[in-house]
Design a protein around this ligand. Sequence first.
Ligand SMILES: N[C@@H](CCC(=O)N[C@@H](CS)C(=O)NCC(=O)O)C(=O)O
Length: 200
Amino acid sequence: MTMLLRYSAASPYVRKVRVLAIETRLDEIIDLVETDAHAKPPELTEENPLGKVPTLITDDGLVLFDSPVICEYLDSAHGGTRMVPVATPGRWHVLRLQSVGDGIMDAAVAIVMEGRRPESEPSREVIERETDRIVRALDWLADNFEELGGRFNLGQIAVACALGYLDFRLPQLEWRSGRTPLANWFEAANRRDSMRKTRP
Ligand SMILES: N[C@@H](CCC(=O)N[C@@H](CS)C(=O)NCC(=O)O)C(=O)O
């Protein structure tokens, strides 16, 4: 059994998938194919109409996209402890935490894209709106710190990859400031093998 993952090293969504794969040892059967989604290569857009990475092709030839779907698929394909608990309400807490992490990524990517507009100034309104969203999400994590407890899971992976992306692309946000427990939690998560091996 082998799978193929279209990836880019800088993408936080790809990193989430790769961290989950390493944590569940599925990385051993996943071939990585570097793909520049922004260049819209036909091999990607033919497989995935959204033309984004991550895109996973399973050993049955099923093409999966959107990192939450890929992560759920991979989590169903290993024999170890689930990274998304099956039992509720734990399941909803982990999936919600993933949404917070993904939401920070979405907002951070939007800010980075604003800065790359070829012909016009970045929109202050967009940058302010997305920055406010990130700040609120960080404050939510700090106020709901217990959500980051327990065994490493998909929600924690998403948050760790989101915070790693803020360090990588938006260090000026200084997200650690006034959030020491969250910063300490990240330092520990960031030392995991899976996080080290997937640094952007
Ligand atoms: N919701 C998607 C987001 C994926 C995404 O936006 N990927 C970016 C790279 S960080 C991409 O492929 N962008 C290419 C484009 O927008 O054309 C997921 O969770 O997988």
